[in-house]
Design a binder for this molecule. Structure first.
Ligand SMILES: Cc1ncc(COP(=O)(O)O)c(C=O)c1O
Length: 369
């Protein structure tokens, strides 16, 4: 056996959520009867015209992809009102956040982020050999930006702000982000992860892209994996000052956004009606789920996303998760009874609520003597 770095040997692999086929095999269920609400994917397919554009690109797959994502970057730059030099594309936004930590981190440095938040920030720190500080969310499951500012020390090279936050769904008002960014030393890279940006309807929230364009130490991350329904294609992007992007790209493997993915992302753009329709449909599903949780007295985060973070009457999230899975509904266990469910179609949400009630009954049988 080769000798592994101790911090890598100590890692448990990232859990992506079990695929439907595996759960069906394990439980002897029909895959069609299983509902997967575990990875904050959209239950709808890609946008109209995207599958056709991707198929056309596949026909040219004997050639390497365009390393500069030229067509995609021009189209996105004009949609966002930025220059194409402000854009950085990657194999999912996860690849970009990992490259960002690798570029500025390493042994003897520190990564700061909130907790609970997106677990990939922790992986990225460990992979780079950086130390990390996880700053607890406040009692409303929101980022405690004052405490995060306090946690930034001489060693700190990068801070993640997840807005809206995964797994809690909470948002940070725009002015708070702007004042936080203003208080962080220029030598520290601030990465504002806006993976769920398109789902937010609250007026207190705004993208940090304008802030990123006025500073050299701020990167905003976005993805085509969520509202655009392209999680399986792996396209994410960063927006920042051109000189920051030039430096960060030095850390990136070449040719990481494949040609089919570029074509699929490009064909997704310029469809504002579809984007709005999906955001509205998601909000209706989310309001329904939150209403159900309120009726049952279940504590939950104030979600602005396509998922809801809620507390079951149990200390063991894995036990709760198994109860759901046994009934054909896969949701994400967090910790201490907290769970995360992705908003699905109307039919999926209805089935989730039926199973929620069954699991609540089972748990109350176990709790009561
Ligand atoms: C906060 C956050 N950032 C980034 C991502 C990853 O997106 P991508 O599929 O673009 O790698 C996710 C996915 O779940 C996420 O929750």
């Amino acid at each position: 056996m080769p000798v592994f770095r101790p911090e890598i040997a100590a890692l448990s692999p990232y859990e992506v959520g079990r695929p439907i086929s595996e759960v069906a095999r394990d439980l002897g269920l029909d895959p069609a009867s299983i509902i997967r609400l575990t990875a904050n994917e959209t239950p709808f397919g890609p946008f109209p015209g995207v599958a056709e554009a991707a198929a056309e690109a596949l026909a040219g797959a004997n050639r390497y992809p365009d390393n500069d994502s030229w067509d995609l970057s021009n189209a996105l730059a004009s949609e966002l009102g930025v220059d194409r030099s402000n854009l950085w594309f990657g194999n999912g936004s996860v690849a970009l956040l990992v490259d960002s930590v690798s570029a500025v981190g390493g042994p003897g440095t520190r990564v700061v982020y909130a907790w609970p938040s997106f677990v990939m920030y922790r992986f990225a720190a460990i992979w780079a050999g950086s130390d990390f500080t996880e700053v607890p969310l406040d009692e409303s499951h929101r980022h405690d930006l004052d405490a995060m500012r306090e946690a930034i020390d001489e060693q700190t090279r990068i801070v993640f702000v997840c807005n809206p936050n995964n797994p809690t769904g909470t948002i940070i008002p725009h002015e708070e982000i702007a004042s936080f960014v203003g208080s962080v030393p220029d030598s520290v890279l601030v990465v504002i992860d806006e993976a769920y940006h398109d789902f937010v309807e609250d007026q207190r929230y705004a993208t940090a892209i304008p802030t990123a364009l006025t500073r050299k130490n701020v990167l905003v991350l976005r993805t085509f994996s969520k509202i655009y329904g392209l999680a399986g294609q792996r396209v994410g992007y960063g927006v920042g000052d051109g000189s920051l992007i030039t430096e960060l790209r030095k850390m990136q493997q070449p040719l990481t956004v494949n040609a089919v993915a570029q074509a699929a992302a490009l064909a997704s753009l310029g469809q504002p009606g579809e984007l709005k329709r999906r955001a509205r449909e998601n909000a209706a599903g989310r309001h329904h789920l939150v209403g159900v949780m309120d009726e049952r007295g279940l504590e939950h985060g104030e979600s602005h996303t396509n998922f809801v973070y809620f507390k079951m009457p149990s200390d063991d999230s894995r036990v709760v998760s198994r109860e759901f899975t046994a009934r054909g509904v896969i949701i994400r266990p967090m910790s201490s009874g907290w769970m995360r469910v992705t908003v699905g179609t109307e039919m999926e949400n209805r089935r989730f609520v039926e199973v929620l009630d069954e699991v609540l009954d089972t748990l109350s049988d176990k709790i009561s003597p």
